[in-house]
Write a protein that binds this ligand. Structure first.
Ligand code: KG4
Ligand code: ZN
Length: 354
């Protein structure tokens, strides 16, 4: 028997309480540039949620610097967890399990959260639950609408991913489409950087676009009627080429026209997917789902199609730990505790079962 096995066994002898509506899970999120902790009861009631953004630390570099992110997580993790426990008005003894993002994400950033979560689970004698960050973005919707009817289609649009997923049941996912190059959030960030709008790019473009004309420039809608996969790298190049050819073009017109092109494709493919699989509704998730035009256009399109449209609040779309704790509750209920030997996996995939 090696040391890790011994450690695992020492955790498993701790009596595991039934997982029910009163089970409180501490969620921890450190996969990128947000240090977050939250307490969620029964997989749906957010008792507390604290997010400490490192945006200011990375802004000067125009993007996330992995080394700086890891160091900041190390400094912020304990105070953020303490703040979540205080905000909940409980003591640690009320926490029944510790759930943490184990991937995908930046390896150095993930390791801080995973090591901290395992240490707390061991100290408190409660289960450790490994959470997939992508699955957590899907579960964010349940926090605000626990009675969501399955199956539904999720448009998951974040900094690293653009995916259309059919959620058939808890833990049962079918991938319907995904980007073949850049993620939607990545396109927002790259275009914003090129336009000198700063970091993070999505909210900056969202703000600039308010003052621009979305029909000023006819940017390409790649693969619009060509299946459910996406491509955004050509659009990014089209923006660069247009601005170089027309240096006096107002930035807000470029921002608005670019945003319109991205949103047209996202909404068209998402509603097509929902129709094709006979879904009851469309759910948006991930940081780009905070985009104001995307939210408006998705609502309109769903209304036309007779689909239920679920838009988690912007704070629940971007990275947070409440979605980690909620997913941890569902995973603890279905799979039990995770091994303390669970690794952090930078390129972890969504577990597809269909
Ligand atoms: O889900 P998230 O917080 O982190 C990842 O898991 O990647 O998503 C971050 C991404 C960034 O690319 C950011 O620019 C984008 O979400 N984003 C937005 C908006 N707010 C955040 N994109 C467009 N419009 C927004 N309002
Ligand atoms: Zn995320």
């Amino acid at each position: 028997m090696d040391a890790t096995e011994e450690l695992d066994i020492s955790l498993r002898v701790a009596p595991l309480r039934p997982v029910d509506a009163s089970t409180v899970v501490l969620g921890i999120e450190t996969s990128c540039d947000e240090t977050a902790a939250a307490l969620v009861m029964g997989g749906r009631d957010v008792v507390s949620s604290v997010v400490s953004s490192q945006v200011d630390l990375h802004a000067a570099y125009g993007g996330v610097v992995p080394e700086i992110a890891s160091r900041a997580h190390l400094e912020l993790l304990n105070p953020v967890i303490a703040a979540a426990v205080v905000e909940a008005g409980v003591t640690e003894s009320r926490i029944d399990a510790v759930a943490c993002t184990v991937g995908p994400g930046l390896i150095g950033a993930l390791l801080v959260g995973v090591a901290g979560a395992k240490a707390l689970a061991l100290t408190w004698g409660v289960p450790f639950v490994a959470v997939n960050h992508l699955e957590a973005h899907l579960y964010a919707a349940f926090l605000e609408e626990p009675e969501l009817e399955l199956p539904f289609v999720v448009l998951l649009v974040s900094g690293g991913h653009t995916m259309l997923i059919e959620m058939v049941d808890h833990g049962r996912y079918r991938l319907l489409g995904q980007t073949i190059d850049d993620a939607a959030g990545e396109a927002f960030d790259k275009v914003a950087r090129f336009l000198g709008l700063g970091y993070p790019g999505g909210p900056a473009i969202d703000r600039a676009a308010v003052h621009g004309d979305p029909s000023a420039i006819a940017f390409p809608r790649a693969m619009l009627h060509d299946g459910l996969d996406f491509s955004f790298s050509g659009l990014k190049t089209a923006v660069v080429n247009h601005v170089r050819a027309h240096p006096d073009v107002p930035t807000e017109h470029v921002a608005a026209s670019f945003q319109q092109a991205v949103v047209d494709v996202l909404v068209h493919k998402a509603t097509t997917a929902a129709r094709e699989v006979g879904a009851k509704g469309l759910v948006l998730g991930g940081g780009v789902a905070a985009n104001s035009l995307l939210r408006m256009q998705a609502l309109d399109a769903c209304e036309r199609e007779g689909l239920r449209c679920l838009l988690p609040s912007p704070a629940m779309c971007t990275d947070n730990a409440a979605m980690i704790a909620a997913t941890g509750w569902y995973r603890l209920r279905s799979d039990g505790p995770s091994s303390l030997a669970t690794a952090a996996v930078p390129n972890l995939h969504l577990p597809l079962s269909l």
